[in-house]
Design a protein. Sequence first.
Length: 319
Amino acid sequence: MPTPSRLPGRWIIERNCDQPVYKVNDFKQITLKDKEVFDDFLAKDPPLASELTFTNLFMWRICFDSLWKREGDCILVILRPQGEQPFGLPPMGPGDKASALRRMSEYIAEFSSEPRISRVEKSVVDRYVDPEEFRIIADRNNNDYVYLSEDLINLPGNRFHKKKNHLNKFVKSYEFEYRRLDENLVKSFMELQEDWCELKDCESSQDLSDENVAVYEALKNYEGLDFQGGAILIDSKVEAFALGEQLNDNTVVIHVEKANPEIPGLYVAINQRFCAEEWSHIKYVNREQDLGVAGLRKAKQSYHPDHLVEKFVLVPRRP
């Protein structure tokens, strides 16, 4: 169960990590020491799905009780979220994915009474999945929204008229500065996350509590990870921040974006400025999924995505 512990001056929800780790078939917990292996495999087989970066897997490892192992030239990851059946992620790396999917279906059956492999990109389904071995189920709620970076930076034309107005109003109303994340700003990023959680009452929501843990883990370990962060400061106080990293040759993924909701236009401003300052050289920006949340879907659609990364769930067919 989640247990409260304290950051300097504030609180954060963390899972109790003193439980013995359940191991089977050489699966083990994800640690920073594993980063080199993940990075090597992902560099040889760049993903499209937002979940498949070491930063994302590491920052959510506590909330998802994640385990991994190497299977030939592929990495297999099993997630065990609290209150849900465990599931596998698609194999990562340059190895034989068709074989790795079969092995994953065998492994996940030892963890779950409802074995499945989730967040599988359409390209993987098309190339490696045999419909006679797996039922293939579309997973719209986990499709990633992908935007042209130039659209998020320039907010061009009538489609972005409202966004541009919000941004212009913010720029005219506030004296602010943009700063890149460094060791001197980590605590300030954490303080904004804590303020945001108090406003949103994260303690009352498992999803928000889990996200709070994930953001804290990313920031606490940022020097050992590869993501970049950017912030908007008003009166020398961090009022918005974003965290992102390169996903593949032409796409960056934004893992976290937080802003003081009481400042109009601030979310538009941090989105625009983070892309302009850090990612103008990258063609696409992946802003992850909407999880089926109506308000989140509306917000993501309001930025007019260029395309979606379609994902599927694979359910092994029983003999």
